[in-house]
Design a protein around this ligand. Structure first.
Ligand code: 13P
Length: 249
């Protein structure tokens, strides 16, 4: 059985005092949750604080992106080696906002993935189609390309440290959630693809999360679907009580 993974993506929200208040309210709410892996992804500058506050809890802290080199002249980037040295255990990679606004490609995401895995960071690897791709029947083609190119030359033994987050771009921050059936259809496709590329055993143990306007009201019906193994939550994760409800769904 796959254990659920429910992750908050704070994106570029929260000051230091807001992050502290969040952690102080959220950690006690989830302290007895053992059947869900819980991850919080903050802005890079908040991560050391979040790691410190989460120390000894059942909540892990994630970066929102990392670079493909351990170190170097890459102004403004975050090194996974440095992140790991601060106690981080996760990173998000390939988020559609990175792809759309910051020129991220399947090739650069693949390089970042290799570096994250090399330095022992578990990865939430984001894929998903635009509205026009969905409307022109290209959803499967798009996610297949993102998986094949994003996972190029990834060692089979590293796959256990990757989860995929299927986030249809038209559902991100729009309030329009994919229906559980729409999400399940793509998740099932991705699992079959993993089975074809790797093996049924690997595909069956691989976590595939859904992201895009997940909220307390729709979390249960999404996560009841056979191939939906958790969620990556933006807007609704910014409020600790709301995110707690999603974790419990
Ligand atoms: P929303 O939950 O705000 O739609 O954001 C989803 C997302 O992009 C999580 O990474």
């Amino acid at each position: 059985m796959r254990k659920l993974l429910i992750a908050a993506n704070f994106k570029m929200y929260k000051t230091i005092s807001e992050a502290k208040e969040y952690m102080n309210r959220f950690l006690p709410l989830v302290k007895n949750v053992s059947d869900v892996d819980i991850v919080l992804a903050g802005q890079a500058i908040l991560l050391p604080l979040m790691v410190e506050l989460a120390d000894g809890s059942n909540v892990e802290i994630s970066a929102q992106n990392i670079h493909w080199e351990d170190e170097g002249a890459y102004t403004g980037e975050l090194s996974s080696k440095t992140a790991k040295s601060f106690g981080l255990t996760y990173t998000i990679l390939g988020h559609s906002e990175r792809r759309e606004y910051f020129g991220e490609t399947d090739e650069t995401v693949n390089k970042r993935l290799k570096n994250a895995l090399k330095n022992g960071l578990k990865t939430i690897f984001c894929i998903g189609e635009t509205l026009s791709e969905r409307e022109s029947g290209k959803t499967f083609e798009k996610v297949e390309k993102q998986v094949k190119e994003g996972f190029k030359d990834i060692a089979v033994e590293d796959l256990k440290n990757i989860s995929i987050a299927y986030e249809p771009i038209w559902a991100i921050g729009t309030g329009v959630t994919a229906t559980p059936e729409q999400a399940q259809e793509v998740h099932e496709y991705i699992r079959k693809l993993l089975s074809t590329i790797y093996s049924k055993e690997i595909a069956d143990s691989f976590r595939i999360l859904y992201g895009g306007s997940v909220k307390p009201e729709n979390a249960k019906e999404l996560m009841e679907k056979a191939d939906i193994d958790g969620a990556l939550v933006g807007g609704a994760s910014l409020d600790p009580e709301k995110f707690h409800k999603i974790v419990l769904h």
